[in-house]
Design a binder for this molecule. Sequence first.
Ligand code: NAP
Length: 295
Amino acid sequence: MSSDIHFRRIALIGIGLIGSSLARLIRRERLADTVTAYSRSAATRQRAKELDLVDHLDDDPGAAAAGADLVVLCTPVGSYSTIVEAMAPRLDAGAIVTDVGSVKRAVIDAVAPRLPENVHFVPAHPISGTEYSGPEAGFDTLFEGRWCVLTPPAGTDPDAVEKVAAFWRRAGSQVDLMSPDHHDMVLAITSHIPHLLAYNIVGTVADLEAQTQREAIKYAAGGFRDFTRIAASDPVMWRDVFLNNKEAVLEMLGRFTEDLASLQRAIRWGDGDALEAKFVRTRAIRRDVIEADQA
Ligand code: NAP
């Protein structure tokens, strides 16, 4: 029964936006007897301590993970292999290791071979977040009404998968299972490329000469304002997403640039019908997103 899910000790490896949101939620829902966390910087550990997010804080991922029956990796995906290597010898037999990383194939390749055979690995991605970072940015309702996608490799223990699914359901999320490659392709177009576009548009403004740039900021219309919000997202996290989902992002970017070229042609040729037809179709997608309760 998902409502009965309980862990003896949960270790949060990383206590930024996602890790601290989980810490708050675990406390609220009483999902563990003890919660430990790792963060590499003294400043983040100090903030987490002041916010009273967990029972113990450590600067060593192995020490934080020792004795835990659930370990959740909540650091940028590029740091996983080093972290897992450091904590692997300290993991309990039967422990479940899961993660929250925004890409899944590269994460499985980095984590699975570094874990002992007697530990379960259930990769996960909560599709919820904000552009803010750090322990003070988290909140316990972050995952409510959102999806969490699990991408367990073939042969993963079904009980471990169900425990992780139950954990996310207690966070208020709906849980779906997907193959890691399919996840990476879907997320490339729904999340990674939109972020790349935002970084690019705002980057273009950043490169404008000073006077035009001041005007762009002063008269930031709805569109640009929304892009600046997305382009304020954590630079390290997003660097790692693009480096670790290269194939899928390049594939979707290819389609995107073809479609952009056709819009460019329609504008050049004054083809209003083509522009309007495209905008009618995109408006329908927005309605679908609202109806799916994902707006
Ligand atoms: P965050 O707020 O920036 O927190 C990152 C945490 O990881 C901090 O504890 C930080 O420690 C630690 N960290 C950063 N770089 C590290 C490194 N090289 N080695 C070891 N520890 C490191 O990040 P976040 O937004 O919570 O993101 C964490 C994970 O969640 C990422 O894998 C991301 O893909 C995934 N995710 C994010 C979102 C989102 O919207 N933000 C949504 C879904 C999934 P210090 O502060 O001590 O340096």
